[in-house]
Design a protein around this ligand. Structure first.
Ligand code: HEM
Ligand code: HEM
Ligand code: SF4
Ligand code: SF4
Length: 426
């Protein structure tokens, strides 16, 4: 596999941002097939169309997913990428690594693949980019036997769950996102490796409403930490902020002069529910009106903390636009205790109630968010055994096309027109 002329890609070696072109060229010194990935990409830059054939079905025995097959449509020109399959490898929670682990993985990938990677795929997996079909089983053997690591998910199944760093290095984590993510990943290995669903399904775990893993937008079940008692206030630290001794937002805006910190302007007046005020030099919060938006805590991390009665809100149904429009997740459970002590039992029960229903009712390639839209939120809530509460809606419906169940209507739906005509002549 020879070097190709890549005048267009070469332009991407300029500028301050780390250049993927430079990196791949360096990799090509030891892995010549990387010259062909640059060659085929250059060709795509020239004629502005992809040069991968449609689809590709490859994998390892025992699993129905984990590897995304791919073949070049110009294999004679670029034999190094004739097969260019992508292997999804399960990542550790929060993506903490030891160099020993990464070196072992890279040795394995140098042996069986292109040496190119994606750290990480959007869902969370370690992505090993580019290998041939005959290398898949040997790679999988080494991965499992030598490293004790598994593949991630792909297809109509539970995909690889992911979490924010949570309690490992964030003071705001309202539950152990890493433990929860790891536990559920292990618990649902079968659902990850062997597709059994109408369509894909994802979990994501954020420790607080800042939602650093973007669970609300990127997962069918989003577990987002919160608390239900009072925000913890350290009044002495509030005074330090007011005096300008502590930087607002942990110094996040220090690259620009925004003037001295003004607690009224930057915190109190920005609280979405207007539930904060100063009494002398004491900060007060009417917690019954606080929506736990995190703003005040984000601005004064040394003075304010989430409460002590912690748990999570569970939202369901986020998806990208196809087919019937993008959706964020919808709040279903405002507060659930998330605890390792009972092995996340309440959350697991909740998830399985969704699956029992969606696996029967969900149409082919219908995300759970679309199934919810099709049957309606009231039906979904009744399936989940959840009583409707005002927190389930942003606003009540404005149209009057309200369905009633027959048992809710006095006299039922069976009526006789003859009876009606006795009182109202035709
Ligand atoms: C130019 C004449 C008419 C206009 C502009 C009109 C307009 C409408 C509109 C906007 C609706 C609500 C549609 C929806 O979104 O569900 C409606 C519903 C309805 N219209 Fe008309 N309409 C007209 C004539 C009629 C006539 C002549 C009848 C009966 C003889 C009639 C009977 C009904 C009934 C029964 C509904 C309720 C249907 C339901 O709720 O399922 N309309 N009409
Ligand atoms: C027996 C007499 C009437 C019957 C059976 C009747 C029936 C209906 C029906 C079925 C609709 C559709 C409601 C829907 O959206 O589902 C409607 C809408 C409407 N009717 Fe009548 N109607 C009658 C008299 C009148 C009169 C006398 C007026 C005006 C002076 C009127 C003005 C309207 C208007 C403006 C709407 C549209 C309301 C909206 O959707 O904003 N109707 N009517
Ligand atoms: S989502 Fe919240 S708890 Fe998790 S890392 Fe971000 S700020 Fe911290
Ligand atoms: S968390 Fe948000 S809603 Fe609650 S007091 Fe702070 S700014 Fe107001």
């Amino acid at each position: 596999m020879a070097k190709h002329e890549t005048p267009l890609l070469d332009q991407l070696e300029t500028g301050p941002w780390p250049s993927f072109v430079t990196d791949i060229k360096r990799q090509a010194e030891t892995k010549p097939e990387c010259w062909d990935i640059l060659g085929i990409l250059e060709l795509s830059y020239e004629d502005r169309i992809t040069h991968w054939k449609h689809g590709g079905i490859v994998g390892v025995f025992g699993y129905g997913g984990g590897i995304v097959g791919r073949y070049a449509d110009v294999p004679e020109q670029f034999p190094g990428v004739e097969h260019f399959h992508t292997v999804r490898v399960a990542q550790p929670a929060s993506k903490y690594y030891s160099t020993a682990n990464l070196r072992q993985l890279m040795d394995l990938w140098e042996k069986h693949g292109s040496g190119m990677t994606n750290f990480h795929g959007s869902t969370g997996d370690i992505i090993l980019l580019g290998t041939r079909t005959e290398n898949l089983e040997p790679l999988f053997w080494d991965l499992t036997h030598d490293m004790g690591q598994d593949l991630g998910g792909s297809g109509s199944n539970l995909r690889t769950p992911a979490n924010c760093v949570g309690q490992s290095r964030c003071e705001w984590a309202c539950y152990d996102t890493e433990e929860c993510c790891h536990h559920l990943t292990m618990h649902y290995q079968d659902e990850i490796h062997r597709p059994a669903f109408p369509y894909k399904f994802k979990f994501k775990f954020s420790g607080c409403p800042n939602d650093c893993v973007a669970a609300i937008a990127r997962s069918d079940v989003a577990v987002i930490g919160t608390w239900r008692d009072d925000i913890q206030i350290d009044q002495a630290a509030v005074k330090e902020y007011v005096a300008g001794n502590y930087p607002a937002n942990g110094g996040a805006h220090s690259d620009k002069d925004w003037g001295p910190f003004d607690i009224q302007k930057e915190v109190i007046d920005l609280c979405p529910t207007e539930c904060m005020w100063m009494e002398g030099d004491e900060l007060k919060i009417d917690n019954s009106e606080c929506t736990r938006c995190m703003h005040c805590i984000n601005v004064m991390p040394r003075a304010l903390r989430p409460g002590l009665d912690k748990g999570a809100s569970i939202c369901v149904g986020a998806k990208a636009p196809i087919l019937d429009g993008a959706q964020f997740s919808t709040l279903i459970i405002p507060f659930m205790k998330i605890s390792k002590d009972n092995e996340f039992e309440e959350l697991i029960d909740f998830i399985e109630t969704i699956w029992d229903w969606w696996m029967e009712v969900g149409k082919n390639r219908e995300r759970v968010g679309e199934t919810m839209q099709r049957v309606g939120l009231p039906t979904f809530l009744s399936v989940m055994g959840v009583e409707p509460i005002p927190q389930h809606v942003k606003e009540p419906r404005s149209n009057p096309y309200v369905f009633w169940k027959e048992e809710e209507v006095e006299g039922g739906f069976e009526r006789d027109i003859i009876e009606f005509r006795k009182r109202h002549a035709a």
